[in-house]
Design a protein around this ligand. Sequence first.
Ligand SMILES: [Fe+2]
Length: 245
Amino acid sequence: MKTGKEREENRDLLLLNRRRFLSLSGILGLGLISGQTDISMASAEKEGKMTYPSKDYNRLIGMEGFSDTLLKNHFTLYQGYVVNTNKLMEGLSQLLKEGKTGIPEYGELKRRLGWEFNGMRLHEYYFENLGGKGGIQKGGKLFQKLTESFGSYEAWEKDFKATGSMRGIGWAVLYQDILSGKFINFWINEHEVGHPAGGMPILIMDVFEHAFMIDYGLKRADYIGAFFRNINWVEVEKRLLLHKG
Ligand SMILES: [Fe+2]
């Protein structure tokens, strides 16, 4: 069975036919197109080309229910998204400067940007909403908001877990609608597809296979249980748009 990372890489490759592959390889270097992450972050930073820095989540190592191997693999996967996001931004900027926005390569890079950028940013939200101890603060602002939106905190949790348990791989995201201030649990099938317009991500759970299979095999419910035991509710509360709802 393919791992989540392998599926992601395969998907990347399927987006490009051989002709475009060769053409784009010339523009950006083979590392990006092949999905490899061997581009040196340090050298890229030295050249001053990094738009987005890769964040360090080593504080999560040792977290109950998550092996070091799983977390380190996940960090490496995340770093690949950061590298590829920066490479895409750089490539697009270069094509813009050269007045080559009408060529197919520009369109292909633009299409890929959603996948790489969201792959980076969703992982950052995910890692940052982990590493906490203790459950949600009962009587706190988020607890109150979830109760208002779902009838009870328990109803929200049940719906969020059910969303993350759906067949398939993707993300479960608790969104706050910035216009109404209301809360809704979303299923995101692929990084760049299906997000609510104007939604603020409040809590994010990765349910791609790479997020749990090393430790849990097919027992996704056990992984979701471990995820809930480690939610950093203090961080999650900071994301609330308190002026709404
Ligand atoms: Fe992931």
